[in-house]
Design a protein around this ligand. Structure first.
Ligand SMILES: C[S@@+](CC[C@H](N)C(=O)[O-])C[C@H]1O[C@@H](n2cnc3c(N)ncnc32)[C@H](O)[C@@H]1O
Length: 316
């Protein structure tokens, strides 16, 4: 494994730390994150508000997808890290037929350990005849799978998804939350092309950086580089068009893409007022800059599939 791969895995700790802090401060509710990540480090209100917008908008789109197909679908979370969506969906009676999480073995190993140790997590995995297969880095239950794969290795990904009994004819939503930017654009394009070709009714939600060639974007790249992380996929994060092109040029044909600043403006006013009053928040300019540099893309392929253009962030 390369030095950069190790640094990329560490970005999961960063994301979990920020989410954990925001949850403890009351930005949103999630009873499960602390089972995976306990240490917290103080984060500024702008960071916590940004994470709220990220988690809230992705979950909104995800739930709209699940409801639109009456839960008769699969979710594949690429680079899932310590994401807790599977457990939160259980609590809301919105579980899909199958939920599959993918990450590097070092990350899935730690996730496996936390799930094995916590009844609240393990107890919610649905099993047929109590048959849950647990290894050091993977879990296979009836409606939940955690698999260890490098997403740049498509053949291996295909084999492992097969072992999760993935059904290529079922509506399947892939999610990548701050993941594709860490791999070379050739690799993320291969992944998107493979999904579009192999799956009958695929959809995709992607959250990541945008506008990376302005001064603020360059500063983000430099700061991450100093911490050992190279944003290898930054070429696809130049602007909204490069984000859209990556999907359209690789087999997808319904693409919606929005900067997070516009997503934030679409949040109900009661929500944004509550968020901005939770802590001493006086850096509105900094929040705007942060939100200008992330975007949300939701995509589908084929008109017979779930139609993303029917889902509007404006109703969030
Ligand atoms: C910034 S973290 C985000 C974690 C989670 N999606 C979230 O938003 O909380 C990026 C995650 O993607 C994973 N990742 C990045 N490149 C990957 C690859 N080539 N194969 C598997 N996982 C990868 C990392 O290990 C890490 O867990």
């Amino acid at each position: 494994m390369s030095f950069n791969d190790e640094a990329v895995q560490f970005t999961n700790d960063d994301a979990s730390c920020s989410k954990s802090f925001a949850i403890q401060r009351g930005y949103w509710n999630d009873p499960y994150i602390l089972y995976f990540y306990k240490q917290t480090e103080r984060k500024s209100p702008e960071i916590s508000i940004g994470y709220y917008a990220r988690v809230h908008s992705i979950r909104y789109l995800l739930k709209e997808f699940i409801k639109s197909v009456n839960r008769n679908c699969q979710i594949v979370s690429l680079g899932a890290g310590y994401d807790t969506t599977y457990w939160n969906l259980k609590d809301e009676n919105l579980s899909p037929r199958s939920y599959i999480e993918v990450d590097f073995p070092n990350v899935t190993m730690k996730k496996c350990r936390a799930i094995k140790e916590q009844c609240d997590l393990l107890g919610k995995l649905q099993s047929e005849d109590d048959d849950i297969q647990l290894s050091k880095t993977e879990i296979h239950a009836f409606d939940y799978h955690l698999i260890a794969v490098d997403l740049r290795e498509i053949k291996q990904l295909e084999q492992k998804l097969k072992a999760c009994f993935i059904d290529k004819n079922l509506p399947t939503l892939f999610i990548s939350e701050c993941v594709l930017v860490y791999m070379d654009v050739d690799c993320s394009e291969n992944l998107l092309k493979w999904i579009a070709k192999e799956f009958d009714k695929p959809a995709f939600i992607n959250y990541e950086q945008v506008n990376m060639n302005d001064r603020f974007g360059e500063l983000m790249i430099t700061n991450l580089r100093q911490r050992g992380t190279e944003l290898q996929g930054v070429r696809a994060c130049q602007n909204l068009q490069t984000q859209v092109d990556r999907f359209e040029q690789n087999g997808w044909n319904h693409v919606e893409c929005m900067k997070m600043i516009d997503v934030y403006r679409n949040l109900p006013q009661v929500d944004t007022q509550r968020l901005e009053k939770l802590e001493r928040f006086d850096e509105k300019g900094l929040l705007d800059q942060l939100l200008e540099h992330y975007c949300l893309t939701w995509v589908s392929k084929g008109s017979q599939a779930f139609d993303v253009s029917e889902i509007s962030i404006r109703n969030m």
